[in-house]
Design a protein around this ligand. Structure first.
Ligand SMILES: Nc1nc2c(c(=O)[nH]1)N(C=O)[C@@H](CNc1ccc(C(=O)N[C@@H](CCC(=O)O)C(=O)O)cc1)CN2
Ligand SMILES: Nc1nc2c(ncn2[C@@H]2O[C@H](COP(=O)(O)OP(=O)(O)OP(=O)(O)O)[C@@H](O)[C@H]2O)c(=O)[nH]1
Ligand SMILES: [Mg+2]
Length: 447
């Protein structure tokens, strides 16, 4: 079970807190625990003790917990020292443990060991990291579902179905005397179609999960004076940005976080866009605004309601954007309707008044839906890595159904093998060392 050496790290956050935890995992744990306690620890029992350094000086008073292998988070012998949440005490304690033979854990090393000891699969280990960094309830709930295996089970089911199909195809290849059309074999043809559908459905849900994990990054763009900063303030319900009737008020980017019903959205207010400017500061502001545009999941295009020139400018500025919502502002001046508008372009258009808040509820609802909240009810978290693997697996399944392969069982079997391989990367059933190193190095220390 054990990885040879014993690792130690502060498992709780760096900030001063009521209580902090030092976690230790590895074969030296029983010896270390007995030494600190003066007797062997009782498994899964909270021992109250005074922790002392080599000179016998007290470091702190706290609790010692011992989880014997394999019944621990990592699957190894684990000890926790729960002490006062002082960064100084916590670091002194880790230092002391290193003096006694442990070594500092690398980022993600506890989770990596949990993975290597089959306590968690790879997608679950990633979900631990995503749960820790969740910025909203939606993200936390979705990450917990993945941690509990909701995503992995779906992947495993798909792997199982591909495997059964592979076995069937491979068996058919082994009877070369029969000249068979593999796709015409009703069992193979139907099963392949069903498995492909299953993969396609899972890819859709995984994309949604990745979107939840990433969070929505929305950028407000529009000509000067359109009411961009007023909109930011109205959405936040707080006068964060300076608003004046002068065009060119906003120069710097203003990053804010908006929470709607437990969904977190990143919002950026930008300098007004126009064709060109003499003013060096304004030009730099526009450059930064356009730079933000490239990183947005969603553009909130703000224009004075009825301003055709502004709309034409924004169409040009936002060409090729992932997603956009047109916000026709200042309806109090134009007399235009508030709320969702039908438009010939089939895009999302909202009439509103940033000053009074009229029409804002419609925008809130749209943002909430785009951020993934409408997919609630069992959504699991996922990552871009999973989306890529699933998309590649789906492509192999589709290739296996290519009519030109109908008589070539070996080629079909090879596509299925590759589909299975790519699916295996998600949960780590087929682990490449480089992949593992990359994933776990992104974790924080102590996790
Ligand atoms: N104090 C403390 N709290 C914590 C953690 C921790 O490591 N320490 N966790 C760290 O992430 C999370 C809980 N995750 C855990 C997962 C498995 C086991 C564990 O001991 N598993 C054993 C026994 C299971 C059982 O008794 O039913 C096992 O899997 O065999 C412990 C914590 C959150 N809270
Ligand atoms: N009547 C009316 N005025 C508005 C509305 N929204 C914003 N304004 C006014 O329009 C002016 C410009 O608003 P800002 O929010 O500063 O506009 P902006 O797009 O951020 O402008 P820049 O930062 O200069 O690019 C201010 O005087 C606002 O009070 C609205 O819905 N109705
Ligand atoms: Mg502004």
């Amino acid at each position: 079970m054990s990885r040879g050496d014993t690792i130690a790290a502060v498992a709780s956050g760096a900030a001063p807190a009521g209580v902090g935890i030092v976690r230790v995992s590895g074969p030296a744990v029983p010896g270390l625990a007995a030494r600190l306690l003066g007797r062997p620890p009782r498994p899964r029992h909270a021992h109250y003790l005074t922790l002392r350094d080599d000179a016998g000086e007290p470091i702190d008073q706290g609790l010692l917990l011992f989880f014997p292998a394999p019944h621990s988070f990592t699957g190894e012998d684990v000890m926790e020292l729960q002490v006062h949440g002082s960064p100084v005490v916590l670091n002194t304690l880790v230092h002391h443990l290193v003096g006694l033979g442990a070594r500092h854990a690398r980022p993600g090393e506890f989770s990596e060991r949990a993975f290597l000891n089959n306590k968690l699969d790879l997608a679950q280990a990633e979900a631990v990291a995503d749960l820790i960094t969740a910025g909203s309830e939606l993200q936390a709930r979705a990450a917990l579902r993945s941690l509990q295996g909701a995503f992995s089970r779906r992947v495993d089911d798909l792997v199982e179905a591909v495997t059964r199909l592979r076995i069937h195809v491979e068996a058919a290849i082994d009877f070369p005397e029969e000249e068979i059309d593999f796709l015409a074999d009703p069992v193979i043809g139907e099963r392949l179609a069903a498995v492909t559908d299953q993969a396609r459905a899972l890819l859709g849900e995984t994309r949604r999960g990745a979107r939840i994990t990433r969070g929505l990054h929305a950028v407000i763009l529009g000509p000067p004076n359109a009411g961009k900063s007023s909109l930011l303030n109205a959405l936040l319900g707080d006068e964060r940005a300076i608003v004046t009737e002068q065009a060119g008020t906003t120069r710097d980017l203003l990053h804010e976080r908006l929470r709607i019903d437990g969904v977190e959205i990143g919002l950026v207010d930008t300098a007004g866009l126009r064709e060109d400017s003499e003013d060096a500061i304004e030009r730099e502001g526009m450059r930064r605004a356009r730079q933000q545009r490239a990183q947005a999941d969603l553009l909130l295009l703000v224009l004075p309601d009825g301003d055709g020139a502004a709309e034409a400018l924004l169409r040009e500025e936002s060409a090729g954007a992932a997603r956009r919502i047109w916000i026709h502002n200042k309806i109090d001046l134009s007399g235009g309707p508030a709320g969702r508008r039908d438009a010939a372009d089939g895009e999302l258009h909202v009439g509103l008044c940033a000053r009074s808040g009229q029409g804002l509820d419609t925008l809130h609802r749209l943002l909430r839906e785009l951020a993934g909240a409408s997919t609630e009810g069992g959504a699991f978290s996922a990552r871009e890595r999973h989306v890529e693997a699933l998309a590649a697996a789906l492509a192999h399944l589709e290739a296996a159904a290519d009519p030109s392969l109908a008589g070539a069982g070996e080629l079909m079997a090879e596509e299925l093998r590759q589909a299975q391989q790519r699916l295996g990367e998600i949960t780590g059933a087929f682990d490449a060392d480089a992949l593992l190193g990359r994933i776990f190095s992104e974790f924080c220390i102590g996790k």
